[in-house]
Design a protein around this ligand. Structure first.
Ligand SMILES: [Zn+2]
Length: 277
C-alpha cells in the first residue's frame, strides 16, 4: 500500500547473474530459457503498469517441462535469496529499497524478505524478475502465500506500480465504550475508479490490516491514557489534533495518523473517555 521506486535492475542481467554459477547441465537448460524469461518480464512490467496482472494467466503453463520449472524456482531459492550465491547482491538491493526498512504491504512491520507479486510456483518464469519481487515482512509474505489474481479487482496493490499514497483512504472510528478502542477501515476518495477502490479494500482484507492496526492501536492507547491523564482537560483535544496533524504530514495513511484523527474527533474520548478502564 506504500509506493516504492521501480527497481533499476534489468531482468536479463539479474537472471544471468543468478544462473552464472550453475552446474553445466542446469546452465544449458537455463540459458535456453533466457529469452522466454525476458519476454515474460516485459509482459509482467506492461501488465503491472496497467493493473492487469490477471491477464498473464497463460504464463502459468510455461515452461511446460517439470525440470525447467524446478530449475527456474531454484534460481530464487538457491541462487538469489541464499547468502553467498550469485544473485544475493540483487536480492539485498531490492530489500533495501523500502524506506526506513518498513514493509510496503502493511506499512508497519520490518522488511525481512522479498515477496513474489505473482508466486514463483505458479509463474516460474518470473522467479527472479526484479519487478515481481517486492520487499516485505514475513507475515505479509506468508499471508499472501500462493494467491493468484483471477480478475482485475483481485490484484493486491503493487508498490512499484500503484500509487495510493497521496490521498487519505485509511480511517479509524472510536468505539465509545470503556475501555476505548479504535476500529480501522478503508474509505477511498470518491474520485477513484471502481477497480482501484476494490483493490484497496481487497489489499486491506488480504493482509489483515484491520487486525494488525487494531492491536497496535490498543497498545498505543494504553500508554496514551497515562499521558493524557497528566494533562489539563482543556488541552487534551488540542494535543490529539496536533499529533494527528504531524503524523498526517508524514503520511496521511499511517495507522497512527488515522488513530489520532479518530481520537481527536471523538468528544466522548476527549472529555474523559480516554481515562476509563
Ligand atoms: Zn508487511
Amino acid at each position: 500500500m506504500w509506493t516504492l521506486p521501480v527497481p533499476a535492475l534489468s531482468a536479463r542481467t539479474v537472471y544471468l547473474t543468478c544462473i552464472s554459477k550453475s552446474r553445466p547441465k542446469a546452465m544449458t537448460r537455463l540459458m535456453a530459457l533466457e529469452e522466454e524469461v525476458v519476454n515474460a518480464a516485459d509482459r509482467f512490467e506492461t501488465a503491472a503498469a496497467a493493473a492487469t496482472l490477471h491477464t498473464l494467466a497463460d504464463l502459468r503453463a510455461k515452461p511446460a517441462d517439470k525440470t525447467d520449472r524446478a530449475e527456474l524456482k531454484k534460481n530464487y531459492t538457491q541462487r538469489m535469496s541464499r547468502k553467498g550465491n550469485p544473485g544475493r547482491d540483487e536480492y539485498d538491493k531490492l530489500k533495501a529499497a523500502a524506506p526506513l526498512g518498513r514493509c510496503p504491504l502493511c506499512g508497519h512491520r520490518d522488511v525481512e524478505t522479498l515477496d513474489h507479486q505473482l508466486p514463483k510456483t505458479a509463474y516460474p518464469l518470473l522467479s527472479v524478475v526484479p519487478f515481481n519481487l517486492v520487499p516485505a515482512c514475513r507475515s505479509c509474505n506468508t499471508v499472501k502465500g500462493e494467491t493468484v489474481p483471477t480478475s482485475a479487482v483481485e490484484q493486491t496493490l503493487h508498490p512499484y506500480f500503484d500509487d495510493v499514497g497521496k490521498e487519505k483512504w485509511l480511517f479509524a472510528r472510536v468505539h465509545e465504550v470503556a475501555p476505548a478502542a479504535v476500529e480501522f477501515y478503508v474509505n477511498p476518495p470518491s474520485a477513484w475508479d471502481t477497480v482501484l477502490t476494490a483493490r484497496v479494500h481487497g489489499h486491506f482484507r488480504t493482509f489483515e490490516l484491520a487486525s494488525l492496526y487494531g492491536s497496535q492501536a490498543a497498545r498505543e492507547m494504553s500508554s496514551l491514557r497515562y499521558v493524557l491523564k497528566r494533562k489539563a482537560p482543556s488541552v487534551v483535544g488540542d494535543y490529539l489534533r496536533d499529533e494527528a496533524a504531524g503524523l498526517a504530514e508524514e503520511d496521511p495513511n499511517l495507522w497512527r495518523a488515522a488513530m489520532y484523527q479518530a481520537l481527536a474527533d471523538s468528544s466522548w474520548y476527549i472529555n474523559g473517555g480516554f481515562a476509563l478502564e
